[in-house]
Ligand binder design. Structure first.
Ligand SMILES: [Zn+2]
Length: 172
């Protein structure tokens, strides 16, 4: 027999896909291994060079950082989705984008838990968590624990690593 509480819990578990990712989980992913991606895209360095501009290649494949305030994407907040420049995997929903004032587009959550992989980055004497596309390994930027509630995460992204994806009118 299932009472109202059981039915309610069942309903809740249906919506569990929207669980908010927190810093604790980000650290766990970086230390113990990342969630499995839906697919894997692998290309040679030559193929990436042929596909990307030198600046895109430098940021996404060589872990570069674009100049702050170099992209109009920082101040764009129209609805839509953001995908990986290199492999088109959907990474962020515009509803999770916020004005961080850093000069880089900033988000509080990825679109799916397994869209992004996390690696400890100890370069330049800092301890940071690098974010990469979990499908093709493109460098996206870093994630920090000083974002807005409820996740408190700030995905600090290179605009050049992202592409805005148009959402068909019939969705949502
Ligand atoms: Zn990718």
């Amino acid at each position: 027999m299932q009472g109202p509480a059981g039915a309610f819990n069942q309903l809740l578990s249906t919506f569990n896909v929207f669980t908010v990712l927190t810093w604790k989980e980000v650290i766990r992913f970086a230390k113990e291994g990342n969630p499995k991606p839906d697919r894997v895209v692998e290309r040679t360095e030559e193929e990436w060079r042929a596909q990307l501009t030198p600046e895109e290649y430098r940021v996404t494949r060589l872990k570069g950082t674009e100049r702050a305030f170099s992209s109009e994407m920082c101040s764009l907040f129209e609805p839509g989705l953001y995908g990986c420049l290199c492999c088109d995997t959907l990474l962020f929903d515009a509803s999770e984008k916020f004005e961080s004032g850093t000069g880089w587009p900033s988000f509080t959550q990825p679109i799916k838990e397994n869209a992004i992989a996390y690696h400890g980055d100890f370069s330049y004497g800092m301890q940071r968590i690098e974010t990469v596309c979990n499908v093709c390994g493109a460098h996206l930027g870093h994630v920090f624990p000083d974002g807005p509630a409820p996740s408190r995460l700030r995905y600090c992204m290179n605009a050049v690593s992202l592409k805005k994806v148009k959402v068909p009118n019939e969705t949502v």
